[in-house]
Write a protein that binds this ligand. Sequence first.
Ligand code: SAH
Length: 263
Amino acid sequence: MRLGIISALQEEQEGLVEAMQGPYKLIHGMREYVAGRLWEIDAVCVLSRIGKVAAATTATLLVEKFGVTHILFTGVAGAGDAAIKVGDIVVAESLVQHDMDASPLFPRFEVPLTGLSHFASDRQLALDLHDAARFFLETDFIHAIDARERADFGLRAPRVHRGLVGSGDQFVGDREHIQSLGKALPGLLAVEMEGAAVAQVCFELGVSYGVIRTISDNANENAATDFMRFVKSVAARYAFYIVRQFCRQVRSRIQASKDSAGT
Ligand code: SAH
């Protein structure tokens, strides 16, 4: 396994890059790729920057130039449903490009010539991410996030959700917009700007992928308030602990299968 880890914003990935053992940096196409070992997993970390094209390019290069076999996207997102709160975690089971519309030639949301609007993420990666996120909330959350940040952002009992994530080249910061997306896409849990682009690339190249997002805002008029503070003091810490637990889980599964093959 060679794991590619993508985030959109620098603050989201800093801790992971610092934790990397034997880091080796390579700059290509205006991005810095850092390869090394993360908790015993061979990994490459990179910032995609924001938006679908940026994410698609980054995912393609991770596969074609860096030989990754699995891709993980960690980042923040706006809530797509009133039941999803700031500080909750959403693991994508499927992803849709919510701004794709080639109707009437193709149904709204369908990516032309793929026959698909919803791209399913890898089941095992989604399960591992879900377990790692739950583990984080149950064990590390209380120490990892400052009491002041928990109070200021109203983080009481964050939860993990699994389901549909929508991506588009728009920061959704308008109540009517998020409500109409929710109506058009039943089960929509979160909106962001990269995940579904990575999903399409991975689908086309036959690479496994998972997407995990910490909810930073309600995708309404208040969405941009304190956004960067949340990313730095809350979401970056979530990403660090969840990816650490994810790598440990994957590592022990690899070890267990080696052990059973050896006996
Ligand atoms: N204020 C930031 C811009 C962040 S853009 C800056 O100045 O750099 C938003 C990023 O967070 C994107 O990478 C996107 O994936 C995610 N995101 C968080 N909330 C979002 C929302 N409400 N709508 C769309 N994307 C959102």
